[in-house]
Design a protein around this ligand. Structure first.
Ligand SMILES: C[S@@+](CC[C@H](N)C(=O)[O-])C[C@H]1O[C@@H](n2cnc3c(N)ncnc32)[C@H](O)[C@@H]1O
Length: 265
């Protein structure tokens, strides 16, 4: 079970991500980045892997690029398809695991947007996904995904916290029109490089009293850049670009959020 298996998360995802993008500048510039990437490399088909509720997929469609989408969570796929239909797009969105999906066609471009790859919590799963995506790419096809480099400062902080040490992340209005507060707790294990956390959703009544509480666990793996460099080579990719952030700043040694653009060889 993780955060994304739950219907209520899928249906509220866009609502709280919208607040997060404004309050935290989270993933600033991601839409233009993925649109440019799809325009540059997607002439023979684009797939948005771990598409979630379709933030990227639908933006591509609005710019004339009809990509396929896939996500492990059936609920996320359902919300994504409903949004696509409402906008008049007939897109192929299917539930599948990125480590094993098989498509009936090959793509010249694959996108794993906004940390989807980090949900693979072991090197074995990362390897399986990279090999499987390679199978679904045409010769010379391009893939982009992002990772977090383990960072000593954050590691030190998160090694001293438990996955129940909550702090308030944001407040938003859920799909039922109710105010909800989201609290996060996160701890880091330097041996597995896994960030384990919990997201706590508190639903409030009109007077601000808590009337419901849901806790959703989530795990994400941080990956050292050297590790990823070798994994990519072993899985049959060459590295084309490594950026820090969506404005395409070349990733220097201290960059934390690393965006990989790699080609199937
Ligand atoms: C942080 S969300 C990002 C969603 C979307 N890419 C976006 O930008 O809004 C991560 C997504 O990865 C999906 N996911 C996690 N593990 C997966 C796997 N093994 N295969 C496919 N999708 C997966 C989750 O269901 C979730 O929708």
């Amino acid at each position: 079970m993780d955060l994304h298996d739950y219907d209520d998360v899928a249906e509220n995802y866009d609502l709280y991500l919208d607040v997060m993008s404004k309050t935290e500048n989270a993933h600033e510039g991601f839409q233009d980045f993925y649109l440019d990437f799809a325009r540059q490399y997607g002439t023979d088909g684009v797939i948005d892997i771990a598409c979630g509720t379709g933030a990227v997929l639908l933006n591509l469609a609005e710019h004339g690029i009809m990509a396929d989408g896939t996500d492990l969570s059936e609920a996320m796929c359902r919300v994504c398809s409903e949004k696509a239909h409402a906008k008049g797009f007939d897109l192929n969105v299917f539930p599948a695991d990125m480590t094993s999906f098989k498509s009936s066609r090959k793509y010249s471009c694959a996108i794993i947007a906004r940390s989807g790859f980090m949900h693979l919590t072991t090197p074995e799963l990362q390897r399986a996904a990279l090999l499987n995506i390679r199978e679904n790419l045409a010769d010379g096809g391009m893939l982009t995904f992002n990772t977090f480099d383990p960072h000593p400062f954050f590691q030190a902080q998160q090694m001293n916290t438990k996955d129940t040490d909550y702090s308030l992340r944001l407040e938003y209005v859920n799909k039922n029109g109710r105010r909800e507060k989201i609290y996060n707790a996160i701890s880091y294990n330097p041996y597995t490089q896994i960030m384990s956390g919990n997201w706590k959703f508190e639903t409030l009544d009109d007077d601000g009293n808590v009337v419901d509480e849901r806790i959703r666990p989530v795990k994400m793996r941080q990956t050292y850049r050297q590790e990823m460099t070798y994994l990519l080579e072993l899985c049959g990719y060459e590295i084309v670009n490594v950026y820090s952030g969506y404005h395409k700043t070349p990733a220097d040694g201290s960059a934390r959020d690393v965006i990989w653009c790699v080609r199937k060889v």
